[in-house]
Design a protein around this ligand. Structure first.
Ligand code: NDP
Ligand code: ZN
Ligand code: ZN
Length: 364
């Protein structure tokens, strides 16, 4: 066991505060990582506030983790001490089901699905927790902390061309947007629509531009139209019905990153025939979609959850190759509660990343 320190919420209404806790020593195939940076995903806020009704407290979020390997288990072959590595949304899965055997662990059909980096094991009703998980507690603790121990094959290699703080958000925001674009076959020359211009939207747009797509970003925020142009996309206000009318039947693929229940009906007519709008933002029931509109153009609405470990490595390498990454604002962990407010207001440009050196103050 080693002593660790991190920021956690004790209740759905509480601010995040420092706690000390113990991390296990790495087992044979596990690595111990000193965390240098951790991105702040909107999912962290949903989880802390128990908006998915499955939060176990204390809740220590963080699944955009980058750090250095400090110790390795006796059978580790993929990583060595000193390597710059990452941990994303998963730290394990059942490894036996069909999706796991097909390298799509993010669709694991094992009894508890994949093991989330924080608040795992994922269960529909956390109140019926049946025991402790592999890390010996009722729930996993994430990356708002000084260190983490994870199985080597759930640990990603951070390409040297990416700054560690820039790489961090790619581990969730990057792969969550890359994976559906890959799955639905986005290619050069396609017209891609991104709805909601926050942490995921920023990564989605940059990845789509790098894939050679023409990109249009839908935003509620006038000031973000200029930001869209800066990264080589067009911006359209969600309130601008005239501009949207001109985009009828023009998109090959659309991705909604809006973080709550919303209405897809204004967007459906903008899809070309046979095309799909993928909703990654709202993990909850959506407003009903007009099926007549959908039927007349054989369009689809789909969901997608994060991305596999292979896709996560692929998007890290893709970002390094194309010299892209998120726009970030680096903060000390002591600013985390303020940062949450800014994310909820849509004011972050575009991802907060916590500098874990700031945790040293809590250890002192
Ligand atoms: P952010 O808060 O950074 O960005 C969301 C953006 O959506 C905002 O910046 C804002 O952009 C827009 N928005 C916010 N509220 C509304 C609203 N009520 N109506 C319309 N637009 C709105 O969040 P993230 O990008 O970090 O995450 C987005 C969502 O994706 C979250 O719900 C998160 O939990 C989910 N998620 C899902 C994953 C999956 O696997 N499916 C993985 C990771 C995250 P603008 O100013 O442009 O309108
Ligand atoms: Zn996330
Ligand atoms: Zn599985």
């Amino acid at each position: 066991m080693t002593q660790a320190v991190g920021y956690a919420a004790q209740h759905s209404f509480s601010r995040l505060k420092p706690i000390t806790f113990e991390r296990d020593d790495p087992k044979a195939r596990e690595v111990d990582i000193e965390i240098l940076y951790c991105g702040v995903c909107h999912s962290d806020i949903h989880q802390v506030k128990n908006e998915w009704s499955n939060t176990v407290y204390p809740c220590m979020p963080g699944h955009e983790i980058v750090g250095r390997v400090t110790r390795i288990g006796s059978a580790v072959s993929r990583h060595k001490v000193g390597d710059m590595v990452g941990v994303g949304c998963m730290v394990d899965s059942c490894r036996a089901c069909e999706p796991c055997r097909s390298h799509e662990e993010n669709y694991c059909e094992g009894p508890n699905s994949w093991l989330a980096t924080y608040n795992g094991p994922m269960m529909p009703k956390a109140k019926v927790l049946t025991g402790t998980n592999m890390y010996g507690r009722d729930n996993t603790y994430g990356g708002y902390s000084s260190s983490i121990v994870a199985p080597e094959d759930f640990v990603l290699k951070i390409p040297a061309a990416l700054k560690p703080e820039v790489a961090a958000p790619i581990l969730c925001a990057g792969v969550t947007t890359y994976s559906p674009m890959k799955h639905w076959g986005v290619k050069s020359g396609d017209h891609v629509g991104i709805i909601g211009f926050g942490g995921l939207g920023d990564m989605a747009a940059k990845i789509a531009v790098a894939m050679g797509a023409r990109v249009t970003i839908f935003t509620r925020t006038k000031e973000k139209l200029e930001e869209a142009r800066r990264l080589g996309a067009e911006g359209v206000l969600e309130s601008d019905k005239e501009a949207q009318g001109k985009l009828k039947a023009s998109f090959d693929f659309m991705l909604s990153t809006i973080p709550e229940k919303h209405d897809l009906n204004p967007f459906m007519p903008m899809l070309k025939r046979d095309r799909t709008i993928v909703v990654v933002g709202a993990l909850e029931p959506l407003a009903p979609v007009n099926n007549q509109e959908r039927a007349m153009h054989r369009t689809s609405v789909a969901g997608s959850i994060i991305g596999s470990i292979a896709d996560t490595q692929e998007v890290l390498d893709f970002c390094a190759k194309h010299s892209i990454g998120p726009d970030i604002q680096v903060i000390p962990i002591q600013d985390i509660n303020h940062a949450y407010k800014e994310v909820l207001n849509g004011d972050v440009r575009f991802r907060y990343v916590i500098d874990m050196a700031s945790l040293k103050q809590e250890e002192a």
